[in-house]
Design a protein around this ligand. Structure first.
Ligand SMILES: Cc1cc2nc3c(=O)[nH]c(=O)nc-3n(C[C@H](O)[C@H](O)[C@H](O)COP(=O)(O)OP(=O)(O)OC[C@H]3O[C@@H](n4cnc5c(N)ncnc54)[C@H](O)[C@@H]3O)c2cc1C
Ligand code: FES
Length: 282
């Protein structure tokens, strides 16, 4: 199975070709999409040139040692010299990021992590995102369409949000021309229920006999549910994990995830964040 390649032709599997950069990156644009949802555009040519869908950065959110750890953020989009992050403000680190003003420079490590597999020519790529799990899947969809010339009609994007006030989360994906379906926890837009239930519903009604490859990112309970569904339907499924990640470079083991049926662990920051659902136990 092929994996994606960056603009230099390098992929995470090509020995020695992947490099991690630690440039000062400059905030060039900030937009509060919702009171607790922020999009930052950062000038970082080296990262933008090398980033692949699934990759993330470890960004130092303050100039002091408080907080001590960098914060991991998926790469949502890349243009020539810039990349974007979209994140939910949940604690002190993301609050500091969201308060930054254009011109502010950050110490940033990236691009980190592995990437996704490319779908076979006869497969539909089904993206299943929970809220701010969208960034790696948006980047992947765009990459497949623009760089791998996959027809937008071969991409089905399912996004689970709390209620209709969060529809803005899906705005970038809508622009790709892919088929977009929403689920809301309160039924105010689209399917009423979890995005995993929406997927089961669509699978039963129209996808059961199609070949597909599932990609997902979102909260752990959602990924656990999707993992069970993918295994029971025997679907190829890749999950991008977003748990705690203290060091981000493989030394602290704080991000370990257990291999299924084995007493062994992999590091999300080094061997991930993208894993095959059958490979890991969530
Ligand atoms: C590879 C990777 C990519 C990520 N990409 C994105 C992204 O694109 N957009 C985005 O919004 N977030 C993303 N995250 C999650 C993001 O890193 C955390 O939300 C952030 O580190 C929280 O920092 P904080 O200082 O604001 O909150 P903290 O003060 O560290 O935590 C506040 C509260 O949130 C909980 N929490 C902390 N981290 C997480 C987490 N990862 N998941 C769920 N709950 C958590 C804590 O237990 C605590 O209760 C990603 C995480 C990883 C590992
Ligand atoms: S975060 Fe430290 S080993 Fe992965």
């Amino acid at each position: 199975m092929a994996v994606l390649q960056d603009k230099s032709g390098a992929s995470p599997g090509s020995q020695g070709a992947r490099m991690i950069f630690n440039p000062p990156v400059e905030l060039v644009e900030k937009e509060m999409l919702l009171p607790d949802l922020c999009r930052l555009k950062l000038h970082a040519p080296l990262i933008a040139k090398r980033a692949l869908p699934g990759n993330f950065v470890q960004i130092k959110v303050s100039d002091s040692l408080d907080p001590v750890f960098r914060r991991p953020m998926s790469i949502h989009n890349c243009e020539d010299e810039t990349f974007e992050m979209v994140f939910r403000v949940i604690g002190r680190g993301t609050q500091l990021l969201a308060e930054a003003l254009p011109g502010r420079k950050f110490d940033c490590l990236g691009p980190l992590g592995n990437t996704f597999e490319i779908p076979e020519t006869d497969e539909t790529a089904v993206m299943i995102a929970g809220g701010v799990g969208l960034p790696p899947l948006y980047f992947l969809s765009r990459f497949l369409i623009e760089r791998h010339r996959i027809e937008p009609s071969r991409v089905l994007f399912l996004l689970g949000i709390r209620d209709k006030t969060e529809l803005i989360v899906g705005a970038d994906a809508e622009k790709l021309g892919v088929e977009m379906k929403y689920s809301t926890d309160d039924g105010t837009h689209g399917f009423h229920g979890f995005v995993t239930a929406l997927f089961e519903d669509i699978y039963a009604r129209r996808l059961r006999n199609s070949k597909m490859r599932v990609y997902s990112c979102g909260p752990t309970p959602m990924m656990q549910a999707l993992s069970r569904i993918a295994l029971s339907f025997k679907l190829p499924c890749q999950l991008s994990l977003e748990g705690a990640m203290p060091c981000g470079v493989g030394t602290c083991l704080g991000c370990a995830v257990k291999l299924r049926a084995k007493d062994e662990y992999l590091r999300v920051c080094q061997e991930g964040p993208v894993f095959n659902a059958e490979e890991i136990e969530l």
